[in-house]
Design a protein around this ligand. Structure first.
Ligand code: 3HC
Length: 273
């Protein structure tokens, strides 16, 4: 199958890698060659880990499956996956530029699929395909149907997800779907516990890691996702539901305003080398 992935950030490059690992011909597209080269470096680093584990024989063989181009229509594909910034104006621009009648999936983590479907040619062939970070490791794909998504499109995306070795779960188009509705409520409560000095950041994370068997504590996980991303998702959930349970905490807002976005900038709730 030929797949176009638009957006070469953490999620887009990880999604491109997943398809290449499963022998599909991938076009990875973004606005500049610098961003594409960074995406390639992320994919290479991840493939190196798989090679060390013996899961793949050659990094080059997988990389060869991925071509890169700033033109999103450079390859005629069977599936297009949008994984650009979590901003409606950016998504609208990208979705309306796809010149194909193939299925288009969006990796949005919180924006309504029904709303985004206004920007594509065939809303019945538009669906949410929500991957988790890091995409090559995490086995869930949350499949989100919009109001117009057809049964045929859903069936196809469920099949493709299984063929990638992932577990698809079908959910409906509600704010934050299932994943971020539950996750954001937890992250928000952990940040408020930190603000109120219930315990130190390490204390809060250790409670959740050792007490609940989570691989990462909520503050560590927020840094890993990116505090700007967490802030954007909470804002969408807060605006869409009006519920206080998603209101972004001031500490989170101030870290974002200060450019302390977590791991990717070297500082968030923790400092990184
Ligand atoms: N590519 C390839 N392999 C990778 C990798 C990558 N990008 N990242 C980690 N790995 C491998 C490591 O090599 C290691 O393999 P091994 O066990 O065979 O040695 C294994 O995965 C575990 O990695 P590490 O030992 O480096 O570190 P951890 O044990 O801490 O695992 C983690 C890293 C898999 C990220 C784990 O901490 C984890 O599961 N964290 C939670 C992640 C999570 O919750 N993600 C969802 C975020 S929410 C989201 O994405 C939705 C969005 O809408 C916000």
């Amino acid at each position: 199958m030929r797949v176009t992935v638009i957006g070469a950030g953490t999620m887009g490059s990880g999604i491109a890698e997943v398809f290449a690992l499963n022998n599909h011909e991938v076009l990875l597209s973004d606005v500049s060659n610098d961003i594409l080269n960074n995406g390639r470096k992320k994919i290479e680093a991840s493939l190196e880990k798989f090679k060390e584990k013996g899961r793949i024989k050659s990094v080059e063989d997988v990389l060869e499956k991925i071509s890169m181009n700033t033109d999103i229509n450079a390859q005629e594909s069977d599936l297009y996956i949008e994984a650009v910034l979590e901003r409606i104006d950016v998504k609208r621009d990208v979705l309306s530029r796809i010149r194909s009648d193939a299925i288009i999936a969006t990796n949005t983590s919180s924006i309504s699929i029904t709303y985004l479907s206004k920007f594509v040619r065939n809303p019945e062939k538009f669906i949410g395909m929500h991957f988790f970070n890091p995409p090559p490791i995490m086995s869930l794909i949350e499949i989100v149907r919009g109001n117009s998504t057809s049964d045929e499109t859903t069936k196809k995306i469920v099949e493709i997800s299984r063929s990638l070795g992932k577990t698809p779960v079908e959910v409906n188009d509600f704010p934050g779907f299932v994943s971020n509705r539950v996750l954001m409520a937890m992250l928000r409560e952990a940040i408020i516990a930190y603000e109120e000095n219930v315990a130190s950041a390490e204390g809060i994370d250790t409670v959740m890691k050792l007490g609940m068997n989570h691989p990462m504590g909520p503050l560590e996980l927020s840094d890993f996702i990116g505090l700007d991303v967490v802030y954007d998702i909470m804002n969408v959930l807060y605006n869409d539901t009006g519920s206080e349970r998603f209101k972004p905490p001031i500490t989170l807002r101030n870290l974002v305003y200060a450019g302390k976005l977590g791991r990717k900038t070297g500082e968030g709730f923790y400092k990184y080398k």
